[in-house]
Design a protein around this ligand. Structure first.
Ligand SMILES: N[C@@H](CCC(=O)N[C@@H](CS)C(=O)NCC(=O)O)C(=O)O
Length: 202
């Protein structure tokens, strides 16, 4: 049984989507970010960085716990042998686009959201992250113009990217400028497992 410790944020939804896609038994423990539960000692044992998500694997294998959403997706995809090709270009592409989500899409959108709320006199940080967010969304759009999903077949790369891109309206962004990305959001969002995961409430 997988124990998922998470909350209703883009990074928090990623493993929920994968677990729903896999259809394996799992349990969710809500880590309420509004109560700072991510900084409590019990959670820090699972994730020393004091963030969600994290998982515990109680199935008795060699791995007991995993943190960092990208590492969790790779761990679960490999454990159950789905949504990450075992080798070749398909695997390299899925890992590369997963890393692109982890290093660019998430951090740039996250920082943009932060500085939108921070209301500082200095407009540089907001402009910088807005421009970078738009640039990385453009990179995704170009990629999705060449294929249905980020790495050929639907994979952990799409699962990691969807909760961020689908949150674009919260950042005051429509996706009109990126038609391929807009099409992909509709396709991924229409998957029953994705809809179930995104509807999760603590
Ligand atoms: N790189 C980490 C980022 C995790 C992260 O930033 N999680 C946020 C929620 S989306 C969090 O726990 N924030 C609480 C805090 O910063 O105290 C991952 O992908 O797992």
């Amino acid at each position: 049984m997988i124990d998922l410790h998470t909350w209703t944020t883009p990074n928090g939804f990623k493993p929920l989507i994968l677990l729903e896609e896999l259809g394996v038994p799992y349990r969710v423990t809500a880590v309420d970010l509004t109560k700072n539960q991510q900084s409590e000692p019990a959670h820090l044992k699972l994730n020393p960085n004091g963030k969600i998500p994290a998982i515990l694997d109680g199935d008795g294998g060699e791995t007991a716990h995993v943190f960092e959403s990208g590492a969790i997706l790779i761990y679960l995809a490999e454990k159950y042998g789905r949504f990450l090709a075992k080798g070749g270009q398909a695997r390299s592409d899925a890992l590369a686009w997963l890393m692109f989500q982890m290093s660019a899409v998430g951090p740039m959108m996250g920082q943009w959201g932060h500085f939108r709320g921070a209301k500082r006199d200095d407009t540089y940080p907001l402009e910088r992250y807005e421009k970078e967010t738009q640039r990385v969304l453009g990179v995704l759009d170009t990629r999705l113009g060449a294929g249905e999903f980020l790495a050929g077949e639907y994979s952990v790369a799409d699962i990691a990217t969807y909760p961020w891109v689908s949150a674009a309206p919260r950042f005051g962004l429509t996706l009109e400028a990126w038609p391929h990305l807009q099409r992909w959001v509709m396709v991924v969002g229409a998957r029953p497992a994705v809809a179930r995961a995104m509807a999760w409430k603590p």
